[in-house]
Design a protein around this ligand. Structure first.
Ligand SMILES: NC(=O)c1ccc[n+]([C@@H]2O[C@H](COP(=O)([O-])OP(=O)(O)OC[C@H]3O[C@@H](n4cnc5c(N)ncnc54)[C@H](OP(=O)(O)O)[C@@H]3O)[C@@H](O)[C@H]2O)c1
Length: 301
């Protein structure tokens, strides 16, 4: 199977390239080969490379900057997936795409007023430009008529790139105190967890006796994160704890304080509750997902 993967310089794209490259023939266009802010180029590029499957982890992911660059964010996160989906439909191939917890407004609560994880069919209501453009991308794929899988994930980190884990490790080695938001909740998810699950699912597709039937049976939106949940403050506490165990701190760990999000204002509003229910992806594809502490330990080791 020949797979086109976008965004391989990013966290998820890089992990996918490393893992899927062992078993599949990959085409991995960078921004200079295929600029996704120019969706008009997409059809010709895909037709020239003739993949059997498209995987699209590329995205405009600068959540705060998107507030002042809505047109570019919309082009990359909505128009490009729309063009990829239209091309996939024309070629009769499938599209695997990634989306975000930020399509929700984070207000979901259970009957007791506690946190409830979002299921795939809960109502969306993005609070920021990034979330709105990602939701528009989902909707464009669904209405295109192509065969698709959309994996919504959350709080992505990896051992390289720009992410919360690496920021906290840097700050832990620079500062004596850290103040981190303790009233936003979600599942920190390593790019490796996303790549492991995606690879297991691509392997199932590759082994399917009738790929068209496989797509009919599996197509849809799925939530793909680690299991369990924490706050940014809780995540930081675990990072400091595990980093000390792995000898990654050059000094005594800083004192960690929890603060409300109101004390850390950002251009983009974030949802309070980013927890996603992963039951469907685990049951439908028979895969297991690690809890967030275990995935962090794997990444740090
Ligand atoms: N990061 C998170 O916390 C998070 C949370 C929830 C969902 N997600 C979703 O998960 C997926 C993967 O995210 P990630 O964290 O791996 O993203 P990332 O590390 O920010 O990587 C984004 C990738 O997209 C590429 N890209 C951006 N604009 C492009 C353009 N105009 N043309 C071509 N390529 C372009 C980047 O290329 P350059 O290197 O050239 O910029 C990079 O390879 C995305 O769909 C994202 O929305 C992420």
């Amino acid at each position: 199977m020949k797979i086109l993967i976008t965004g391989v310089s990013g966290q998820v794209g890089h992990a996918l390239q490393q893992q899927l490259g062992h078993s599949y023939q990959l085409t991995t266009p960078g921004r200079t080969d295929l600029d996704l802010s120019r969706p008009d180029q997409i059809r010709d590029y895909v037709f020239a490379t003739r993949p059997d499957l498209i995987i699209n982890p590329a995205a405009y992911t600068a959540v705060d900057k998107a507030e002042s660059e809505p047109e570019i964010a919309h082009a990359v996160n909505a128009l490009a997936p729309a063009a990829l989906a239209a091309t996939a439909r024309e070629l009769g191939i499938g599209l695997i795409h990634y989306s975000t917890d930020y399509v929700f407004d984070g207000s979901l609560r259970n009957a007791e007023g506690g946190l409830q994880a979002y299921q795939e069919n809960h109502a969306t209501n993005p609070l920021n430009v990034y979330g709105r453009t990602k939701l528009a991308g989902e909707q464009a794929i669904i209405t295109s008529g192509c065969q698709y899988l959309i994996f919504r994930t959350s709080w992505v980190y990896s051992r390289f790139g720009k992410n919360f884990l690496l920021t906290m490790l840097r700050l832990a080695n620079e500062r004596d105190e850290l103040r981190v938001v303790n009233d936003q909740w979600g599942a920190p998810t390593s790019s490796q967890t996303i790549s492991d699950a995606t690879t297991a699912i691509v392997d199932q597709l590759a082994l399917a006796s009738n790929p068209q039937v496989w797509w009919q049976q599996h197509q849809g939106i799925y939530h793909l994160t680690t299991t369990g949940h924490t706050s940014w403050h809780g995540f930081t506490g675990e990072i400091l704890h595990q980093a000390a165990l792995h000898g990654l701190l050059s000094k005594t760990a800083p004192v960690l304080h929890g603060i409300p999000a109101t004390e850390y204002p950002t251009p983009a509003i974030r949802p309070v509750n980013s927890c996603l229910d992963t039951t469907n992806i685990r049951q439908r594809f028979g895969i297991t997902l690690p809890n967030w502490q275990h995935a962090l330990a794997t990444c740090l080791s």
